[in-house]
Design a binder for this molecule. Structure first.
Ligand code: G1P
Length: 284
């Protein structure tokens, strides 16, 4: 049964310097909670309450976030609403951290995380990608359903413009009724490398059979062990399905300065009355 999610969070976040110099980008707030909590909440919606963080030095803040509340905060009386939020956070997930001592790529991070995953299948969730689903059945819930219906690995896919084929892993295959049957996966091929516009979003439901494949996967793009390459090998052995995101599923690349700004602005626009109007007035 699906109960565990691996969240790779060992990267240096050079795209986000100087903000990420001393604070892990996964601890940056998206409106009122850190990125990592949003991801844990997304997982919890699909019934996943065991989180395996793959971390490295300097990333302790993200594990600490799931720890018991520091008694310092309880000395003064906290508002009822905040207390409830904090209690809810304590219930959200059981978190353990596995170290990735050298940055050998996403495939290597997943392999490290798998050492703490007893279940088959398990999820992999990339915290850079902040997903908002207006439907209460979020992307992970729909992926889980597809996995249960077909007993096949499932990865989330989104349609991207041609130019973004160099930014993402891309999936080729056939559109079926309710899902996409994947034939080939290729990491950041660019416009010339594939005719497909379906990109890998950063949400995966995988069988443990990916482990031995990852162990044999040689470094690919950027000299790193790529999860996409291992999945492509898996795909040649057993059919793999894609869940194509809908127009009302929003995706923000919160690992990028601009994407992060949009994600924060989106949440503020949803939560702060008059936010957009006030901002427009201030910037006009
Ligand atoms: C990773 C994956 C890529 C996927 C992307 C989604 O790349 O390797 O296939 O499309 O995440 O964000 P990264 O962004 O870590 O370079």
């Amino acid at each position: 049964m699906l109960s565990h999610a691996i969240i790779p969070a060992a990267g240096l976040a050079t795209r986000f310097l100087p903000a990420s110099k001393a604070i892990p980008k996964e601890a940056f707030p998206l409106y009122d909670r850190p990125v990592i909590q949003h991801i844990a909440e997304e997982a919890a919606q699909a019934g996943i309450h065991n989180i395996v963080l793959v971390t490295s030095e300097g990333k302790e803040a993200i594990t600490d976030h799931f720890d018991r509340i520091n008694p310092k905060f309880l000395q003064g009386k906290l508002p009822e609403e905040i207390m409830r939020e904090l209690e809810r956070l304590e219930e959200l997930a059981e978190v353990i951290a596995v170290r990735q001592k050298s940055q050998k790529g996403l495939g290597h991070a997943v392999l490290r995380g798998m050492t703490a995953v007893p279940t088959d299948p398990f999820a992999v969730m990339l915290p850079d990608m902040f997903l908002v689903s207006r439907d209460p059945d979020n992307v992970m819930v729909r992926m889980k359903r597809l996995y249960e219906q077909h007993d096949r690995p499932v990865i989330a896919l989104m349609r991207v413009p041609d130019d973004d084929r160099k930014r993402y892993g891309m999936a080729e295959g056939e559109e079926r009724d309710g899902f996409f049957e994947i034939r080939r996966l290729v990491e950041k091929p660019g416009i010339a490398g594939t005719a497909s516009n379906l990109a890998i979003v950063g949400r995966y439901l995988l069988p443990s059979a990916i482990g031995p494949i990852l162990e044999k996967t040689i470094p690919g793009a950027k000299g790193e062990i790529q999860l996409t390459d291992a999945l492509n090998t898996l795909c040649s052995k057993q059919p793999m399905l894609g869940l194509v995101l809908r127009d009302d599923d929003l995706v923000f690349d919160a690992g990028d300065k601009d994407g992060y700004a949009y994600a924060n602005a989106y949440l503020a626009a949803k939560r702060v009355p008059g936010f957009i109007e006030t901002l427009r007035r201030m910037t006009s």
